[in-house]
Each structure stands twice: as structure tokens, then as C-alpha cells.
Design a protein around this ligand. Structure first.
Ligand SMILES: Cc1cc2nc3c(=O)[nH]c(=O)nc-3n(C[C@H](O)[C@H](O)[C@H](O)COP(=O)(O)OP(=O)(O)OC[C@H]3O[C@@H](n4cnc5c(N)ncnc54)[C@H](O)[C@@H]3O)c2cc1C
Length: 271
């Protein structure tokens, strides 16, 4: 795709380089930015040259740099993730929920996916499943943080103010140590997700279910223990935000979310 409005391209090497001129936007992998016209955008500022580590492991959990590609996160999960981070099993499931070619997986970044904030954003599903927190650099040189679940405010919108940059996403250790599952459904076999449902049980017995793609903003349902089938069905069915688009009706999204959540609940109850 020729992006005819863009006449400037800069590599960011320091935080100072993230001061954007009018018309400039930051670029992660560029897979979405390069996929359609960007009216009003006259310059790209490439984040990939900032040298941010892909992943940082600490006692607190995992910090994923916004510029970490989905492929790099998968490779790290496969080879190097701590063995007791059992919830790492849903990373490939989340990546597979992305309607993506090999090229997109190798280029799209975790930060770009979350900042694009599609309802069906695969990395949004992952972060919401595991209580992910967005670390955001503000243009005054400061930082703020916010749960990814509330960072996404609509299908393609979020709380980023002009000049703010998503620096990283943190996944807390307690969530990484949980037993977690992810289920996805799409109307077309290779189509964009119509519903992605996640569920996990933490060491303290608390259970958390997440619904993305089916609701316009992420839905998080928390329970003190694994809910009964009826409790979960009620919570999923009465959640707000199910929407209709060419990829599925609101009623279908509500119905399949209930079915997927029950499949996860049954599996978590059995293990
Ligand atoms: C037609 C099409 C449909 C797609 N649909 C889906 C979908 O439904 N679900 C899905 O998961 N993926 C979808 N994708 C894949 C999508 O390209 C990637 O998931 C991802 O959103 C883009 O990652 P990127 O690093 O290439 O982002 P980029 O294309 O570089 O940037 C995406 C957006 O995020 C901003 N941005 C990037 N990084 C940051 C940052 N660190 N801080 C602040 N802003 C930032 C950019 O300014 C831009 O607005 C789709 C791609 C295409 C081409």
C-alpha cells in the first residue's frame, strides 16, 4: 500500500525523539499503518530503533516491551519462560487468535497490537486474561499506568492522549502462575475472531474470566472461587457491550461466549 500522505520518516533512538511534530505518528511493526491510507499522517517515527528489551523477567512478573514482536514473544515463551509460569500456555493460543500471516506475526508488535486496540486484538485478549497493565510514557517526560482492560475504550480507541507512547505491558507473577485457558471462535475458519474467552484460576482459588472480540471493550468477570455453571452463564450473558458487525451478531457473540466460558470452566474444574 502506498501511503501517499507520508513524506517523513524518523528512527527514534532516545526518548527525546518521541516528541512528535504535527502529522507524525509512532510506528511499531507498521503492519496496520502500512495497510491502509492514513489521512492526516505526514510522518512515521519508528520505535523499533529504541532498543527496548523484548522481555524482562522479575519476581513481580513479566514486562513485555512494546516493540517486542508477537513472534519473539512466542519464541521466548516456548524456550525461556519460567517453568512455573503455567499460564504461558495461552500465549500461542492468543497469537493464533490473530488473523495473521507469517509476515504479520514476525513484524507486528505487542505494543502496536494493543495500541491499535481492535476489539479482536489478540494481545489485548492475552493481557486482559492475565491482568496486564499498560505502562505509558507521557509527553512531559513522565509515565502513567493503567490496566489494559480499561485502556481499550472501544473498537479501535483507547486512553492514549496525543504524544503518549505505550512503553510496555506488565503481566503480574500471580496471573502467570495461574492455570489458564483461552478459547476462540470466528464465523469463517480463518476469519477475525468473533469471540475470545479466557479463564484462569489463581493460587488463592480466585477465578477470572475475560471476554474480548465479542464485546466492544474488554469484559473481566472476577469470582472468589471457580463459579458454578449457572453463576458463570449469568455473568457472561448479562455482561454489556456485545455488538453486531459483519463478523457476527450481538446475540451470536453472547451465545458463543457463554459456551466457550463453560468449556473453560469445565476444564479448569477438572484439573
Ligand atoms: C486489515 C487488517 C486487519 C487486522 N485486524 C486485526 C485484528 O482484528 N486483530 C488483531 O489482533 N490484529 C489485526 N491486524 C493485525 C495488526 O496489523 C496487528 O495486530 C497490530 O495491530 C499492528 O502491530 P504493529 O506493531 O504492526 O502496529 P503498527 O501498524 O506499527 O501501529 C498500529 C497503531 O498503533 C500505534 N502504535 C504502535 N506502537 C505504539 C506504541 N508503542 N505506543 C503508542 N502507539 C503505538 C500506531 O501509531 C498505529 O496507530 C490486522 C491487520 C490488518 C492489515
Amino acid at each position: 500500500m502506498d501511503i501517499t500522505s507520508v513524506t517523513g520518516f524518523r528512527f527514534a533512538r532516545t526518548r527525546d525523539d518521541l516528541a512528535l511534530a504535527p502529522g507524525e505518528v509512532v510506528m511499531g511493526g507498521g503492519t496496520w499503518l502500512m495497510s491502509e491510507p492514513q489521512p492526516g499522517t505526514t510522518g512515521f517515527v519508528d520505535l523499533m530503533t529504541l532498543g527496548w528489551p523484548d522481555v524482562e523477567v522479575s519476581a513481580a512478573g513479566l514486562r513485555i516491551g512494546a516493540t517486542c514482536t508477537i513472534a519473539s514473544l512466542l519464541a521466548w515463551t516456548d524456550a525461556d519462560a519460567p517453568a512455573d509460569w503455567t499460564a504461558r500456555s495461552i500465549v500461542p493460543d492468543a497469537a493464533n487468535a490473530l488473523l495473521a500471516s507469517f509476515k504479520i506475526w514476525n513484524t507486528a508488535t505487542v505494543g502496536g497490537n494493543i495500541a491499535r486496540s481492535f476489539a479482536a486484538g489478540a494481545m489485548v485478549s492475552l493481557a486482559v486474561a492475565l491482568d496486564g497493565v499498560a505502562e505509558i510514557w507521557t509527553p512531559d517526560g513522565g509515565a502513567r499506568e493503567e490496566p489494559v482492560a480499561s485502556f481499550v475504550t472501544g473498537n479501535g480507541t483507547n486512553t492514549l492522549a496525543p504524544g503518549e507512547v505505550l512503553r510496555a505491558v506488565r503481566l503480574p507473577a500471580h496471573a502467570l502462575r495461574s492455570r489458564a485457558r483461552l478459547r476462540k471462535i470466528a464465523l469463517a475458519e480463518l476469519g477475525r475472531s468473533g469471540a475470545v474467552v479466557t479463564g484462569r484460576v489463581d493460587a488463592d482459588g480466585g477465578a477470572v474470566f475475560g471476554i474480548t472480540a465479542a464485546t466492544v471493550t474488554p469484559t473481566v468477570l472476577r469470582f472468589r472461587t471457580l463459579p458454578t455453571a449457572g453463576e458463570l452463564a449469568d455473568a457472561v450473558t448479562t455482561a454489556s457491550g456485545y455488538y453486531t458487525d459483519p463478523l457476527g451478531s450481538a446475540d451470536w457473540r453472547r451465545g458463543v461466549s457463554r459456551v466457550l466460558a463453560e468449556q473453560i470452566r469445565t476444564e479448569l474444574a477438572a484439573t
